[in-house]
Design a binder for this molecule. Structure first.
Ligand code: IFM
Length: 446
């Protein structure tokens, strides 16, 4: 088994999680700025105000990528950095930052993989209803048009959205992410507009960047019934899979919502604000599907939760610091499921990684054996999937460096590089050394 010669090895980050710089350089407020500055929303009251100070330190961060030996770097553009109020006036300083970053990447022979939306909606648009407002499709398309016109000459790889499940359902139904609502009607309205925005923006990006490769990134859950023979648990697992996976996969690849999802959600009133017949517009040709995979979910039926399921811990198995089960087979199953059911011509693993409470650096390195094991097992799973015919063309480790892990703040470390948030010093972890060596070995074999 080998990875193909042109396989892309990379790392991923996102704007609000690393850039910092507060509202300097003309950046407008985003929903995560507002949410994290609201007491009680983020662990330890952390915010993305400074984060990894990447806005100032990006040359050093690109140098770190070169040390790792990666081919590609996946990052996101902050919408309110380039259009502070979401629509209208453009912030040239914001655009210039991304131009400088992209230039540095090219100088280092690292291909930029640009994501247009990784959760940081301009607060000015949230004040007008955010993604619940049908105008959001036009707002987003305008934004995609601007960024692809401005950066398209230097960027070929475009992703419309990162994890629309999280920005719709986690942010508007579970309420633990910005904007922090707990309203099923809002959640499914947001999901609808995110999907329609994807469909509307792809042709615009293609028009502006004739050789563009355009796709979307979905976070796919491997959800199984806690008691495999129990029908209620089977339904619970299916419901979670609908919510997490098929509600997004089916529109993007088939132009419909899943029929069993509609049967489940319509009687709950969750779809009352959307016209499901419009969803055909979300199905436009794409060049790749990005998949983010982290863990397995064991679902158990319960009446205590309005959605009808809860999760059970798989005792005995390895879990990360956030208590996410380490389950590499789930990545293989997920890849096979998507390949056999939806036939994307190309798949990138756009995120995969784990969080542990790392020790402080000692002698210039951080010892993180569990993360090394996690990467080894998951990269092996990708290799198996490729051997079984799944067209996986790249793997992006999450994340380049420790950063602002949303509602979990800075306590939760996902990086290949350790960040001391008091001094901003970066130190490689042993997982970075492992990743570097694995990339070299795989290249030598290909
Ligand atoms: O940090 C996040 C990222 O922003 C989106 N995918 C999951 C990661 C880990 O939780």
């Amino acid at each position: 088994m080998t990875f193909p010669k042109d396989f892309v090895w990379g790392t991923a980050t996102s704007a609000y999680q690393i850039e910092g710089g507060g509202l300097d350089f003309g950046r407008g407020e985003c929903i995560w700025h507002r949410f994290s500055h609201t007491s009680g929303k983020v662990r330890n009251g952390d915010t993305g105000e400074v984060a990894c100070d990447h806005i100032h330190r990006y040359p050093q961060d690109v140098a770190m990528m070169s040390q790792l030996g990666i081919d590609g770097y996946r990052f996101s553009v902050s919408w309110p950095r380039v259009i502070p109020a979401g629509t209208g006036t453009i912030n040239q300083q914001g655009l210039d930052f991304y131009k400088r970053l992209i230039e540095k990447l090219h100088q280092a022979h690292i291909t930029p993989y640009l994501t247009l939306y990784h959760w940081d909606l301009p607060q000015a648009l949230q004040d007008q209803g955010g993604w619940e407002n049908p105008d959001s499709v036009h707002w987003y398309t305008e934004y995609a048009d601007l960024v692809s016109r401005e950066l398209g000459s230097e960027v070929r790889q475009w992703t419309t959205f990162n994890e629309p499940f999280v920005s719709s359902i986690v942010g508007n139904l579970f309420g633990v992410h910005a904007p922090g609502k707990q309203d099923p009607v809002a959640a499914f309205t947001v999901a609808h507009h995110l999907l329609l925005s994807h469909g509307s923006a792809v042709p615009i990006i293609r028009q502006n960047v004739p050789d563009a490769q355009v796709g979307i990134t979905l976070d796919l859950a491997y959800s199984r019934p806690y008691r495999p023979e129990n029908t209620d648990d089977q339904i619970a697992a299916r419901h979670f899979a609908i919510l997490h996976n098929n509600w997004f996969l089916d529109p993007v690849f088939r132009g419909v919502y899943p029929a069993d999802g509609i049967r489940w959600l319509e009687p709950l009133g969750a779809l009352s604000n959307i016209d499901i017949s419009e969803i055909g517009k979300a199905q436009v040709p794409i060049d790749f599907l990005g998949i983010n995979y982290y863990t397995r979910h064991l679902a158990k039926a319960t009446d205590a939760n309005p959605m009808g399921y809860e999760f059970v811990r798989a005792e005995g198995n390895e879990h990360t610091a956030l208590d996410w089960e380490v389950y590499p087979d789930g990545l293989l199953h997920t890849l096979l499921y998507v390949h056999n059911g939806y036939y994307p011509s190309k798949i990138f693993i756009t995120e995969n990684g784990c969080n542990y409470d790392d020790p402080k650096p000692a002698n210039g390195v951080v010892d993180d054996p569990k993360r090394v094991a996690y990467y080894r097992q998951h990269i092996d799973a990708v290799e198996k999937a490729i051997a079984l015919g799944v067209p996986v063309k790249g793997y992006f480790a999450w994340s380049l460096m420790d950063n602002f892990e949303w509602a979990e703040g800075y306590q939760s470390r996902f990086g290949l590089y350790y960040v001391d948030f008091a001094t901003q010093e970066r130190t490689p972890k042993k997982s970075a050394l492992y990743y570097h060596d694995r990339i070299s070995q795989e290249r030598a074999k290909a």
